[in-house]
Design a protein around this ligand. Sequence first.
Ligand SMILES: NC(=O)c1ccc[n+]([C@@H]2O[C@H](COP(=O)([O-])OP(=O)(O)OC[C@H]3O[C@@H](n4cnc5c(N)ncnc54)[C@H](O)[C@@H]3O)[C@@H](O)[C@H]2O)c1
Length: 335
Amino acid sequence: MSAIKVGVLGGGGILEAHIRGYRAYADAINVTAVADVVEETARRRAVELDAAAYADFREMINEADLDAVDICLPHHLHAEAIVAAAQAGKHILCEKPLCLTVLQADEVQQAVSASGVTLMCAHNQLYLPAVAKAKQLLDDGVLGTVYEVRTTDSFYNDFDPQNMGWRASTATSGGGELMDTGYHPTYLMLHFAGGSPVEATALLSRHRLRFMEGEDSAQVLVRFDNGVVGQLVTSWAYDAPPGTERFSVVGERGSLRSDGRSLTLTLRGSSSQTYDFEDVDTYAYEIGQFADCLRSGTRPLHTEKEGIDVLCLILAAYEGARSRTIAPVFRRSDI
Ligand SMILES: NC(=O)c1ccc[n+]([C@@H]2O[C@H](COP(=O)([O-])OP(=O)(O)OC[C@H]3O[C@@H](n4cnc5c(N)ncnc54)[C@H](O)[C@@H]3O)[C@@H](O)[C@H]2O)c1
């Protein structure tokens, strides 16, 4: 089987991490074209990857010989890029967020369904061994009925007005920190909750990065259709206090908690059991998973379905914060 030919859209920061994956799985998947609106970036990445350079991603999608695309663009361009790739019959790996509005989600859903391509969300933290083990224990019913999921992704980010670029503006980022890094703890919550989010609210803050249009921190509360309640803390303003869990899940028989590296299972009436894991480069691993899914026809862990669930949850949290209510999670089909 020849290697999958990928065209990358956007040659910036996150591509660095994806390149580690293309190098690790070079027998299965290669970058053969790169598009970046900054021509110098496109040329530099093309030389680095021995690929063709394009300034216009639409031209690359329609002209280059590609099986798939890898979307590493600023957020406001994701929907347009997905629709163009799907219409050209290319499989899609898309960085978070999938897109920015319910209307865009509908367009993405329709384009992907109509073309039959595979879309995988680049939700790299799903590949943390602690996350995979926790999910397996939950699917095996070890905790019984799940009641509560908590996730945290909070760190001191040294953004300033000079280096923040498109992330400082809501028009290009789609919100603030919650729409960006906040996507990670949201998809982890969804993964563990095992249902669909139905209502949400948030408290948003601008603690330190006051030059941002959106929030630099968020606390979110969510209810899922299976009764699970989720709580999430995410921030670029401050590090989480030492000892804060990366995620925890509580159910009728006990709990799971993790700092991201190890996982502790505590069942009522038994002593705790801790699993320790080797560090994994989740960005590289996700490129291998994308190749595997395309070659074997298996469903990625998160497709556009979960990407849209995460987006709609975040949009409801924003609406809850704006209206000071607990807002329903709308999807296009609900309207
Ligand atoms: N999974 C993670 O942990 C993680 C971490 C960082 C970034 N990301 C995601 O990756 C994506 C890109 O982020 P980044 O940090 O690489 O941003 P970046 O600003 O470093 O890179 C974006 C690149 O896109 C290019 N670009 C902008 N407009 C373009 C256009 N119209 N056509 C072609 N190229 C264009 C820019 O020139 C730049 O090179 C975002 O969706 C972001 O949320 C994910």
